[in-house]
Design a protein around this ligand. Structure first.
Ligand code: NAG
Ligand code: NAG
Length: 538
C-alpha cells in the first residue's frame, strides 16, 4: 500500500513538473499573477486552510476581506487556483457548463458512486445552490435529458405536493416522539437526512404524480415494496455510510484527491474492487438500487397506457412505442435513481438542521415564531414572515454547497465585473484561464459581502429579511438561488416541529459548520452530529 502511494506521488510529481515547464511562459493576467494569500506549504498549498479548518470559512472569509471577490490560492504542489465571488464571473462559469466541469477526481468518485453520465451530479447539483435546477444544462448529450426533466422542475405544481409534505412532517414529529427525543438531547441530523428516504417508502403515493423537484422524485421512486426486498432502512443506512465515508476530509485526502487526477480510469476501477468497507458499501448500495430500478422499469412498462399515474422515474424509461426520442437506455436508469436519492436527502436535510440549530440558539425568535405559527391560517406559509426570514437567513449563511469547484476544459477569458490589479501591476477586467485550471465559485463569500448585505453581513440575523432592503443588489442570494419545492418542504417541516417542540442548545454545545461534500455540523470532538435538546411544547 505504502509503495503504491509512493509510486503515485512519484508519477504525480513528474507529470506536474513536465506540465509546469510547459506552461512556464507567464501571462500578465493569468491565475498565478492574481494576488492572494501566502502559501504555508508547497505540498498542500492553502488547501488545508480552505477546506480543513475548525469551522468552514475561518480563513476564506478573511482572505475575502483582504483580497476581494477574486483572488488566487495555492493548491497542492504549487499550482494556482482561483476563488471567485464576482457575480459576472460566476454567471459566466455557470452559463458555460461545457467550458467548466467537475475536476477529474470528483468526476471519478461520482462515476464510481452513481455510474457514468450522472447528469444530476455532473451538471445539475450546482444549480440547487446557485440557480433553478437543471434549466441551464447545455450541450447536445444533455439536451435530451433536459427535455425529459424540465416539466418536473417547472414551478407550476409545487403546491400540489403539499399534502405529501405535510404527511412527511407529521411522521417526522411522530418519529421524534417514538425515539424519545422530548426531555432529551438528541442528534437530529440523521433523522432529518433520512426523513425523505424513510418516510416516503410507505403509503400510497401513486396519486401524487405531477410534482416537481427531487424530493418529489424520491416519493415516486420509492413507491416500491422495499420491505419485500431488503428493507428500506438498509438502503438509507448504506447511503449514510457512503456519505460519511466520502465526506471526511483530511490532509491525506487532499493528496489522494490530487493523485486521483493522474490515475488512469481502468486502474481506478480496479482499485474499486478492493474489499475495503466503503467499496463494499458502494457495491451493496448499487446492487439494491439496480434492483429497485429494474422494478421501476417493469412497473412503468406494465402501467403504460393504463391511465395509472406514472412515477417520476418513468420519464426516463424507454417505451414500447416507436418514439425513440423518449427515455434513456434501461441500463442508465439506476444512475439517475442513485443520483436523485443522494442529492435529495443530503442538501435540504442539511439546511433544515441548521434552521433548527439556530432556533435553539435564539430562544426569543423561536418563541415569536411559535406565536406566528399558532396564529397563522392553515397552509399560508408564504405570509409567515418570521418563518421565511429564518429560512432565508439559513440559506444565506448555511448554504449546503458553500462553494462549487470547477475545472476549465479549454483556454478562455473570464470577464470580471470589476477590474483587478495583478501582482505585476497591470489592471485587467478579464482573466486568462488555461485549460485544466481550478476555480472555486464561493457562494458563501458572496453571501457575506458587506457592500451587499451590510456591515453585519456575517451575523445570523433573520430580521434583516423583514427590512425593506435586505440586500443592496438583486441577489444571487437565497430566494433567487434556491428552489421552490425545497422552500415549501422547509416551511412545512419547520412549522410542524416548532409547533410541537421547544428546542434549546445543550450546555456543552460545540457545533461548528465544516465542509464535507456539503456543509455539515460537527462537534468539538470531531463527530458529525447536531445535538439539540428537545422538550414538548407545554
Ligand atoms: C462586495 O461586492 C461589491 C459589489 O459587487 C464588490 O465591489 C466588492 O469588491 C465585494 N467585496 C468583497 C470583499 O468581496
Ligand atoms: C456533551 O454532553 C453529553 C452528555 O453529558 C455527552 O454525551 C457528549 O459527548 C458531550 N459532547 C461534547 C461534544 O463534549
Amino acid at each position: 500500500m505504502a509503495n503504491g502511494i509512493a509510486c503515485v506521488f512519484a508519477v504525480t510529481m513528474v507529470v506536474w513538473a513536465v506540465r509546469r515547464l510547459r506552461s512556464s511562459r507567464k501571462l500578465d493576467n493569468c491565475i498565478s499573477s492574481i494576488p492572494g494569500p501566502k502559501s504555508p506549504s508547497w505540498i498542500y498549498g492553502n488547501m488545508p486552510e480552505f477546506l480543513l479548518g475548525q469551522e468552514h470559512g475561518e480563513h476564506e472569509f478573511q482572505w475575502q476581506e483582504t483580497y476581494g471577490q477574486v483572488y488566487s490560492i495555492k493548491g497542492c504542489f504549487g499550482e494556482s487556483r482561483l476563488i471567485i465571488s464576482d457575480p459576472l464571473a460566476t454567471k459566466y462559469i455557470i452559463n458555460n457548463p461545457g467550458g467548466f466541469v467537475w475536476g477529474s477526481s470528483h468526476q471519478k468518485v461520482a462515476n464510481l458512486l452513481f455510474g457514468h453520465d450522472n447528469i444530476f451530479l455532473a451538471r445539475g447539483i450546482v444549480h440547487i445552490a446557485v440557480m433553478p435546477v437543471l434549466t441551464h444544462i447545455k450541450g447536445e448529450g444533455h439536451r435530451h435529458l433536459r427535455n425529459i426533466m424540465n416539466p418536473w422542475f417547472s414551478s407550476n405544481s409545487v403546491r400540489a405536493s403539499l399534502p405529501m409534505i405535510k404527511e412527511t412532517a407529521r411522521k417526522l414529529v411522530d418519529r421524534w416522539e417514538s425515539l424519545g427525543f422530548p426531555g432529551n438531547t438528541a442528534d437530529v441530523c440523521p433523522i432529518l437526512r433520512d426523513v425523505t428516504l424513510d418516510v416516503m417508502a410507505d403509503g400510497d403515493l401513486t396519486a401524487l404524480c405531477d410534482r416537481t423537484a427531487i424530493e418529489a422524485c424520491l416519493v415516486a421512486i420509492l413507491d416500491y415494496p422495499f420491505n419485500a426486498l431488503t428493507g428500506q432502512s438498509e438502503l438509507a443506512g448504506t447511503q449514510r455510510n457512503i456519505i460519511d465515508a466520502v465526506s471526511s476530509l483530511t490532509k491525506f485526502g487532499l493528496l489522494v484527491d490530487k493523485a486521483l487526477q493522474y490515475i488512469p480510469d481502468p486502474v481506478f476501477r480496479l482499485a474499486c474492487r478492493l474489499p475495503i468497507p466503503v467499496m463494499l458499501s458502494i457495491r451493496k448500495y448499487n446492487k439494491v438500487t439496480d434492483e429497485l430500478s429494474r422494478h421501476l422499469v417493469q412497473q412503468t412498462r406494465a402501467n403504460d397506457g393504463s391511465g395509472i399515474d406514472q412515477p417520476f422515474i418513468s420519464r426516463f424509461v424507454k417505451r414500447n412505442t416507436c418514439d425513440t426520442e423518449v427515455g434513456v437506455p434501461d441500463d442508465q436508469i439506476p444512475v439517475h435513481v442513485r443520483t436523485i436519492l443522494f442529492a435529495g436527502s443530503d442538501t435540504s436535510g442539511g439546511t433544515l438542521g441548521w434552521i433548527l440549530y439556530k432556533l435553539a440558539e435564539m430562544q426569543d425568535f423561536q418563541h415569536e415564531l411559535r406565536k406566528e405559527i399558532q396564529l397563522a391560517s392553515a397552509d399560508d406559509y408564504d405570509n409567515m414572515l418570521l418563518l421565511n426570514a429564518i429560512i432565508n437567513e439559513a440559506l444565506r449563511l448555511y448554504s449546503s454547497l458553500p462553494f462549487v469547484e470547477r475545472v476549465a476544459t479549454e483556454d478562455c477569458f473570464l470577464p470580471l465585473s470589476q477590474s483587478i490589479t495583478t501582482t505585476t501591476g497591470i489592471q485587467t477586467s478579464e482573466l486568462q484561464i488555461k485549460k485544466g485550471e481550478y476555480l472555486y465559485i464561493s457562494i458563501a463569500a458572496y453571501h457575506r459581502n458587506v457592500s451587499i448585505w451590510g456591515v453585519d453581513a456575517r451575523e445570523f440575523r433573520p430580521s434583516r429579511w423583514l427590512e425593506k432592503e435586505p440586500c443592496k443588489v438583486p441577489a444571487l442570494g437565497p430566494h433567487a438561488s434556491f428552489w421552490r419545492f425545497a422552500i415549501l418542504e422547509m416551511q412545512v417541516l419547520v412549522t410542524e416541529l416548532v409547533r410541537k417542540f421547544v428546542l434549546t442548545l445543550p450546555e456543552n454545545d460545540s457545533v461548528r459548520a465544516c465542509i464535507a461534500t456539503t456543509l455539515l455540523a460537527r462537534t468539538s470532538d470531531g463527530v458529525h452530529q447536531l445535538p439539540i435538546h428537545v422538550e414538548t411544547v407545554a
